[in-house]
Design a protein around this ligand. Structure first.
Ligand SMILES: Cc1ncc(COP(=O)(O)O)c(C=O)c1O
Length: 406
């Protein structure tokens, strides 16, 4: 297989010809870097993974009900875990949500795809932020969406621009169907939508009958106090699909996410799944872990780890990079979103950083329709403080090189 000599296998050219038009148009995903200092991949700290508590939980899940853990568990997910998520959502929002309004997915990446598969047809308009999470951009695009972007500033999606965009789309006869937004600690911008913007966003989405997808992947990594009311809460549980994940608060390798929303929407999402459901073994293990008493202290520990890393990296950036970058430290999550001084280009800065052994991500990968040449995303979650300091000092030298100072 894979030979280029005209044998029986597929060549890269013949695979290219086989691709769907959507797959052909996709940008590659960001990945782990082989460089010594990886400030590129938005991954959690490896040392703090709760492996021992999960091992105990896995054993308990298997002993309690081996048949339940090791056979198909249904498309909507393990009911007691859905009930746990519903209860937590109800406590946070005051909405009386039940397990029927929750569906479990294989991570929140799958949740976004489940939503796109269910509601997006070729040419349907999906609104995303400029910038936006590339995984969502790829997923919507792969399902045939036409992506229309709305600018973001330091406070997240600009709702004045959203209003104008929705009105223009309606006038053009192509009203938007979905609006995708990360209201807490956005990837990549790190921004958090202020409450007034949340209210205005929910209001305008409702008036235009646009379904809001609130991606809450980083909620829980709250570094400056508890999060603001979610869009789902502000909407009174209507018009918003709230997507969550255990990836950042427990472990990315679990691949457990969820969607909370109105019952008719959830029923359709469940109906659309052809994958025999997410792993019952992992869901049961996770529930044992969540009930064990280990989770709450773990979350507090994670917050203190990431708070220190955010602060160490912000101090390093101010000390070593400030003449060349400006930024606002985020209130949670994993990312600094740097604005480069005029004249500095993200591709050149990324290449110079690589020569210093540091991987960062150029801003251009985060825009559905172009932009980001003056931006760089820097991940502070993955490296411990000494390595983070060293990486940022090296990044400062890369900036000096591109600015012509070295
Ligand atoms: C904004 C956002 N949403 C969703 C995801 C997907 O995460 P997972 O599928 O692990 O829940 C990520 C991953 O980095 C993300 O940054």
């Amino acid at each position: 297989m894979g030979s280029e000599d005209g044998g029986g296998g597929f060549t890269s050219a013949s695979v290219e010809a086989l691709l769907s038009p959507f797959a052909r148009s996709l940008a590659p995903p960001t990945s782990l870097s082989p460089l010594p200092f990886d400030l590129n991949a938005g991954v959690p700290d490896r040392e703090s993974l709760p492996a021992a508590a999960l091992a105990e939980a896995a054993r308990a899940a298997l002993l309690e009900d081996p048949g339940g853990a090791l056979t198909y568990g249904g498309a909507q997910g393990f009911e007691p875990l859905r009930a746990w998520i519903a209860e937590r959502h109800a406590t946070e929002t005051g909405q009386p949500v039940t397990s029927a309004e929750v569906t479990i997915t294989t991570g929140s990446a799958h949740a976004i795809d489940n939503i796109a598969a269910t509601f997006v047809g070729p040419g349907d308009v999906v609104i995303v932020g400029a910038p936006s999470y590339p995984g969502a951009i790829r997923t919507f695009r792969a399902r045939g969406a036409r992506l229309v972007d709305v600018p973001q500033d330091d406070d997240g999606l600009r709702v004045d621009a959203l209003k104008a965009t929705l009105a223009a789309l309606r006038t053009a006869g192509t009203p938007a169907k979905l609006l995708y937004v990360v209201s807490n600690y956005d990837n990549p911008s790190g921004s958090t939508l202020p409450e007034a913007r949340r209210r205005a966003l929910v209001d305008v989405a409702r008036r235009h009958r646009v379904l809001v997808i609130e991606d809450d992947a980083y909620t829980g990594i709250d570094l400056d106090g508890p999060p603001l009311p979610s869009l789902s809460e502000i909407g009174g549980g209507e018009g918003v699909l709230r997507v969550g994940s255990f990836s950042k608060i427990v472990a990315t390798g679990l691949r457990v996410g969820w969607i909370v929303g109105e019952r008719p929407l959830i029923d359709r999402l469940v109906f659309m799944r052809f994958d025999n459901g997410s792993s019952p073994f992992v869901q049961r293990t996770l529930l044992h872990y969540l009930r064990s008493g280990a989770h709450e202290p773990h979350l507090v520990r994670l917050q203190s780890i990431y708070r220190e890393r955010r602060d160490v990296s912000a101090a390093g950036l101010r000390e070593c990079c400030e003449p060349y970058v400006t930024f606002r430290p985020p209130a949670g999550g994993f990312f600094h979103w740097l604005r480069l001084r005029p004249g500095l280009d993200a591709a050149a800065v990324t290449a110079a950083a690589a020569r210093q052994g540091v991987a960062v991500t150029p801003g251009t990968g985060y825009f559905a329709n172009g932009g980001g040449e003056d931006r760089v995303r820097l991940v502070y979650s993955a490296l411990p403080p000494p390595a983070l300091r060293e990486a940022i000092a090296r990044f400062g030298r890369a900036l000096e090189e591109v600015a012509g100072v070295r």
